[in-house]
Design a protein around this ligand. Structure first.
Ligand code: NAG
Ligand code: NAG
Ligand code: NAG
Ligand code: NAG
Ligand code: NAG
Ligand code: NAG
Ligand code: NAG
Ligand code: NAG
Length: 418
């Protein structure tokens, strides 16, 4: 009897241990404000421009492609409604808050060399990496050039690559490359509260900076060092602002926060050149009506973008049809939007977003009425030439996602929000 009890205790311990991933990093959802939605649009446009510039550099887009390049030069808008995590760099640990971004491939944080606050006022309110305080700092990098230039809209983040111990969730990565940024041009007025310091990229090395350096990012390091048992990570994004239940599980598919079968989507054939996580979208429906111009789309699954974005000629008519009222009064009666995605076996599957899932709702502490806005956004990044859509946070909040570097596939299951 006694031994049976011992066994069941042991089983319970194993179950308890496997309930939460060993390599989990929690993320906090930043607050969403009304002004924040404008900032999200601006940030989305920057991301689109970045994608356009990457595609141009790789010759994937003709140089003549017209891009509507008129947005504010800020990348910092990322902080609104984004998902941030705590990481540390150096010995002893220096703590930083980073945006967990499946749409880029570098880890970078601001550096104590960022002293010109007239140019980079954000450095005055962020945590800055101090190389002299870290016993494990090496001013070395594995590529030809250690100089880091990351274009964001019309501004460029400038820095240098070094190596140090990086700690992410439970994972300790000695001698890992990261960017130390010494210029983050842009006015502080667009920053709002300093909720993040840097970015941790989770896309493929082909888009890591410097261009064509193929610099391994932190997840590549986890794979090559055998830290993860499977070459995949899974992501849950919570829909509650400020809460910390969102996570990235490295090497594991957790059993929490999703329901039903996983649906496997092979990536778009352009993925190896583009370097993003991308699916093939065959159609977008409003209700049951297929929208014109929605076949042959490359859908980039991007945690670093707060909206769903596509070319204006396609998206503007959708936004007009949906006609979400700003006072939220018609949310319940709005149609669903479906993304028909190519899945395993050359089939397609409709990934449905309900109005509650694709609209942003902002509440006010003073009791004034809630305000709503559609989470779809129009941008022009080589429209009709490279049909890139960004399936940003509204999509990933709705569908728990497994990003599999081993199979180069994505898997989606309906997420469970609490
Ligand atoms: C990050 O650290 C701060 C300070 O310790 C903590 O309040 C916050 O909840 C942490 N965020 C996450 C996502 O773990
Ligand atoms: C960094 O974060 C860790 C974990 O939250 C904490 O124990 C440590 O005190 C922090 N270090 C500093 C310098 O704030
Ligand atoms: C390390 O930091 C010190 C003090 O901020 C600075 O003078 C020095 O140039 C830095 N070293 C490197 C390699 O960046
Ligand atoms: C990190 O790299 C430096 C220089 O390349 C080397 O001296 C050191 O032993 C390495 N540390 C670890 C933990 O690999
Ligand atoms: C989230 O945090 C912000 C800023 O700290 C605060 O204004 C807002 O009320 C919080 N929201 C919730 C739902 O707690
Ligand atoms: C959009 O909704 C508003 C009310 O919220 C209504 O006045 C307007 O006519 C609608 N527009 C279209 C094109 O249906
Ligand atoms: C929208 O999708 C949800 C979830 O799939 C479903 O329950 C609901 O019936 C759909 N609404 C309409 C109007 O089809
Ligand atoms: C998948 O379907 C498309 C058209 O629906 C067809 O052109 C293609 O050959 C099929 N691929 C495979 C592997 O069956």
């Amino acid at each position: 009897m006694k031994s049976v009890q011992l066994i069941s205790v042991a089983v319970a311990l194993v179950l308890a241990a496997s309930a939460v991933s060993a390599h989990r990093i929690s993320m906090q959802r930043s607050p969403v404000t009304l002004g924040g939605i404008q900032q999200m649009k601006s940030a989305t446009q920057h991301r689109a421009l970045q994608m356009h510039q990457h595609a141009l550099k790789r010759g994937l887009q003709p140089a003549g492609a017209v891009v509507n390049n008129h947005v504010a030069p800020m990348f910092n808008n990322l902080l609104f409604g984004s998902y941030v995590a705590n990481v540390s760099i150096g010995t002893p640990a220096q703590n930083f808050t980073v945006v967990m971004d499946t749409g880029s491939s570098n880890l970078w944080v601001p550096d104590s060399l960022c002293t010109d606050l007239a140019v980079s006022p954000s450095c005055g309110i962020q945590n800055l990496y101090q190389n002299t305080s870290s016993s494990t700092f090496y001013n070395s990098c594995p590529c030809l050039s250690c100089s880091l230039l990351i274009p964001y809209g019309s501004g460029t983040v400038m820095g240098t690559l070094s190596t140090d111990t990086v700690v992410i969730g439970g994972v300790n990565l000695p001698n890992t490359s990261f960017g130390r940024v010494y210029a983050e041009p842009g006015p502080l007025s667009e920053w709002g509260a300093p909720t993040f310091d840097g970015i941790l990229g989770l896309a493929y090395p082909i888009i890591a900076m410097p261009v064509f350096s193929f610099l391994p990012g932190p997840f590549d390091e986890m794979m090559s060092r055998g830290i993860v048992s499977q070459d995949l990570f899974s992501i849950f994004l919570s829909s509650n602002e400020n809460d910390t239940t969102s996570f990235v599980d490295f090497g594991e598919v957790s059993h929490e926060h999703h329901t039903g079968e996983f649906i496997t989507a092979p990536q778009n054939s352009m993925q190896p050149e583009l370097g993003y996580w991308c699916v093939s979208v065959n159609a977008i429906k409003v209700g049951s009506t297929v929208q014109p111009g929605t076949s042959g789309i490359i859908g980039v699954v991007d945690t670093g973008t707060s909206l769903i974005a596509g070319p204006p000629a396609v998206v503007n008519p959708i936004i007009a049809q949906i006609n979400a009222s700003t006072d939220c009064s018609n949310v319940a009666s709005l149609p669903n939007i479906s993304f028909t995605i190519v899945v395993d076996g050359n089939k397609t599957h409709d990934f449905v977003l309900t109005p509650q899932e694709y609209t942003y709702r902002v509440s006010f502490a003073d009791g004034s009425p809630d305000q709503c806005e559609c989470g779809l956004f129009a941008f022009d990044a080589g429209e009709g030439v490279l049909p890139l859509w960004i399936l940003g946070d509204p999509f990933i909040r709705t569908y728990f996602t497994v990003f599999n570097r081993g199979t180069n596939m994505l898997q989606f299951a309906k997420s469970v929000q609490h």
